[in-house]
Design a protein around this ligand. Structure first.
Ligand code: FDA
Length: 496
């Protein structure tokens, strides 16, 4: 063990962690960021950093020997395949009742996500963060987050004419014909770059189907935004392939124990540093798992009973519709969704019109719905098994299915179409086994105070999606970023 002492240690390099590190460094604080995933800054043998969705390889999945693709089937046939065990970029983390997809690597979820940068409608903000003043969020922190993340809208004229968004235009037409409001959603993809992809003048990323396993060009992941600024401060060190396993009080702050991993996931070294302040930014699941275990095993005994509670799936549910032959969705589909159908007020669902970038005509419309659900799960420590469990039950998704049906049953009736049954199994309509949007587990104002300070242990903070009690009513990363901006501003002003 080395004897280094750092003023601030950040666990995780996703949205919350990147915001914390940047603002602390800009305030003159030296920061150590610890990330269990890889750096993702070096091309593989094929000259690319990331693998394509159509051809997953070892880079695609976190420590699995078989892929676990969110769409497990095509035309009813399973499409998963063997891959070498490797510290790949997408984790499909299995709990008893749900598989939680997460990014692994420097940049966290920004490496794998769809880049949809959506703010909740202001009148719904009370459903998201009831203890936060919406004026400060919509007046200050949302604009700051959007600007730092580089969120922007597609040029509607280009959208209307490009082959790559035919699938979204079909989705829009069907929504319109059934009377549903639809919206363009901003994304963090570089739209000029995508237009050049379409023109054939630059290497393709969104138009080559890159998304779940990383984008090689075009998407402004955190590596290109917050983390580029973090590096420019010269005050931040980042340790990839290091997993934090313990945080416990020590003289001068907290002793943080971490395991260094090799690319097959074996522990090659154990290290300890002392940090005056520790920011938990390991994501909703990562932070919750750490806090629940550290409380239960006595490392952080004073954490309160709210730790592990209030976890939700943002109501995620997926489905496909089978279109008529006169409604093809296109062989070329941009992997970046940019159109949403908003039926929150009437039916509790906000659906994104999602791509199926298979490279062939599928006549399918595919949707990821974010729905209103009352179901919240809890993380608990199973001492006998030595692991943290999550109480989520698959049957709880029925509420979300019903909300999604409030849109798609009506569209199917209007269009004379049916659901696809071949994407999630043989004869299975609903993708109800997963979430992309884990939220909660260390809820703001419950496990922490109203700015993320953990109760019971001064100097420990939560600054990621685990602060948000289960829903953001739209895609979450802009809200996670804006909340982190709000909280770190206060913490820097009063705690340093
Ligand atoms: P985030 O998960 O980003 O970062 C946590 C980091 O901590 C990870 O890098 C992890 O490896 C690391 N870590 C965990 N445990 C650790 C430990 N013990 N030690 C060290 N490091 C540890 N959202 C959106 O708004 N629009 C979208 O289009 C999409 N699309 C989408 C698609 C897919 C496939 C996924 C999986 C997710 C999305 N999302 C999304 C969700 C979005 O990516 C997600 O909400 C945020 O990344 C969460 O940000 P956080 O900062 O909370 O954690």
């Amino acid at each position: 063990a080395d004897a280094a002492v750092v003023p601030a240690l950040v666990i995780g390099t996703g949205y919350g962690g990147s915001v914390a590190a940047l603002r602390l460094a800009q305030a003159g604080v030296d920061v150590h960021m610890v990330e269990m995933g890889m750096a993702w800054d070096t091309p593989g043998a094929d000259g690319k950093v990331f693998a394509n969705t159509t051809n997953p390889d070892q880079r695609s999945f976190w420590l699995r020997t078989r892929t676990k693709q969110p769409l497990s089937n095509f035309l009813g046939f399973p499409i998963d395949r063997a891959v070498p065990r490797y510290t790949g970029v997408l984790d499909a983390e299995d709990f008893a009742g749900i598989t939680v997809y997460q990014g692994r690597g420097v940049g966290g979820g920004s490496l794998v996500n769809g880049g949809m940068a959506v703010m909740p409608r202001r009148e719904l903000f009370g459903e998201v963060l009831p203890t936060v003043n919406p004026d400060e969020m919509y007046g200050n922190y949302y604009p700051r987050a959007n600007s730092e993340l580089g969120a922007g809208l597609v040029d509607p004229d280009w959208f209307d004419t490009t082959e790559a968004y035919q699938y979204a235009r079909v989705g829009r037409k069907h929504a319109q014909r059934s009377g549903f409001p639809h919206v363009f959603v901003p994304t963090v993809y570089d739209w000029d770059y995508m237009e050049q992809e379409a023109a054939g003048t630059v290497p393709k990323s969104a138009l080559a189907g890159e998304i779940l396993y990383g984008n090689n060009h075009g998407k402004k992941s955190l590596q290109k935004t917050y983390l580029a600024k973090v590096r420019a401060t010269g005050r931040v060190t980042i340790s990839p392939l290091h997993r934090v396993v313990s945080v416990a009080p020590a003289s001068g702050g907290y002793a943080v124990t971490m395991e260094q991993l090799n690319t097959t996931g074996d522990v090659v070294a154990t290290k300890q540093v002392t940090a005056a302040k520790v920011f938990f930014a390991a994501g909703s699941v990562g932070t919750s798992k750490l806090l629940v275990r550290l409380k239960a095993t006595g490392a952080l005994p004073n954490l309160n009973g709210e730790v592990g509670k209030g976890w939700g799936d943002n109501g995620n549910v997926m489905c496909g519709r089978a279109n008529h032959l006169w409604d093809p969705t296109g062989r070329l589909q941009s992997s970046i969704p940019t159109l949403g159908i908003d039926n929150w007020a009437a039916g509790g669902a906000f659906a994104e019109v999602a791509p199926l970038p298979t490279g062939i005509e599928t006549y399918a419309s595919f949707y990821l719905s974010i729905t209103k659900t009352p179901n919240r799960a809890q993380f608990t420590w199973n001492a006998a098994a030595g692991k943290v469990e999550l109480s989520w039950q698959t049957a709880w998704k029925q509420v979300s299915i019903n909300a999604a049906k409030s849109i798609f049953d009506r569209i199917n009736a209007k269009e004379g179409t049916i659901y696809r049954t071949d994407l999630f199994g043989a004869y299975k309509i609903w993708g109800d086994h997963l979430t992309y949007h884990p939220l909660g587990g260390a809820v703001l104002g419950k496990a922490t105070d109203n700015h993320g300070r953990l109760h019971g242990h001064p100097g420990l903070y939560v600054i990621d999606g685990s602060l948000i009690p289960g829903t953001t009513v739209v895609n979450p990363f802009v809200t996670i970023t804006a909340l982190a901006e709000r909280n770190i501003e206060r913490i820097i002003a009063t705690d340093l």
